[in-house]
Design a binder for this molecule. Structure first.
Ligand code: ZN
Length: 277
């Protein structure tokens, strides 16, 4: 899934390339991802519409038209491609918007788990999870004070907490692992086990790691359909040596999700506690 740094990049690229463009033709191949909250069909509603703006809201991307909005929740495998004539298109295309400058905007999704909503302006309540997003971690509202308030009464594991979009919007699997690695916190640590200094370090690390991700994705300057992951230090590196200490990276299940971590850089407080008994 595109994570926050990817979405920041996609938002910027699409904003530059799509704003002001008119849709000449709409083609739907896999309607399963589409949810139309209007009287017209997807094709009817979008034909001849002009794109006014592209914006991000947590893990969602919004494309604004004159009186309509398209809201995209990419989930695990959804992605956009802005295809120039004569170049290769991505696979598993669900729909395509053909634009007046000759470009085609494809939405592809091999798992068909993403959702693309078409709504009347600002009818966000029709989109599951949209209005329930927590504090945007790239906004000014994401302060240490706010973070402390959010985490202090939580009983969950830290990784589960930082990925809970009703608290923090929005950290996915890859950056959750990178954040905990950089902060030296084991993914199964409970929020209640963190000292004040850990919480402050975790807060600063979230900001630093996401800013680093945004810089790396921008530096790679790939087309929007490419998932840039080569800069990651711990995610999907099971069995490889930790770049800090050389210990073998492990994978563990945390509430049904795979977490990657270095057992030496990220010691398990809980195990220490049990060993001492
Ligand atoms: Zn290590």
């Amino acid at each position: 899934m595109p994570e926050l740094p990817d979405l920041v990049y996609i938002e910027k690229r699409l904003k530059n390339d799509l704003a002001g463009r008119k849709i000449e033709r709409v083609e739907v191949k896999q309607p399963i991802v589409i949810r139309v909250m209007l009287k017209q069909s997807f094709e009817e509603a979008l034909s001849s519409e002009r794109i006014e703006a592209v914006k991000r809201h947590g893990p969602f991307l919004k494309i604004n038209f004159s009186s309509l909005q398209m809201i995209i929740h990419f989930m695990l495998s959804g992605r956009f491609q802005l295809q120039e004539p004569g170049t290769k298109r991505i696979g598993n295309i669900c729909f395509t918007l053909y634009l007046d400058n000759g470009l085609a905007l494809h939405y592809g999704d091999n798992k068909k788990m993403g959702r693309v909503y078409l709504i009347e302006e600002n009818r966000y309540e029709q989109i599951p999870g949209y209005n329930e997003q927590g504090v945007d971690i790239l906004s000014r509202d994401f302060t240490l004070e706010r973070f402390v308030k959010l985490i202090e009464k939580k009983r969950s594991q830290v990784r589960v907490f930082i990925m809970d979009q009703r608290s923090l919007s929005a950290i996915g699997n890859a950056y959750a692992d990178e954040i905990l690695f950089a902060a030296g916190i084991h993914p199964k640590t409970l929020c209640s086990q963190l000292f004040k200094s850990d919480i402050e370090r975790l807060y600063n690390t979230i900001k630093e790691v996401i800013a680093w991700g945004i810089t790396e994705v921008a530096k790679a300057a790939e087309p929007v359909e490419v998932k840039v992951r080569s800069h990651l230090k711990v995610r999907n590196r099971k069995g490889l040596a930790c770049i800090i200490c050389g210990t073998t990276i492990r994978r563990a299940g945390v509430l049904g999700y795979d977490a990657f971590f270095c057992p030496r850089c990220q010691p398990n407080y809980l195990e220490h506690f049990i060993n001492w008994k």
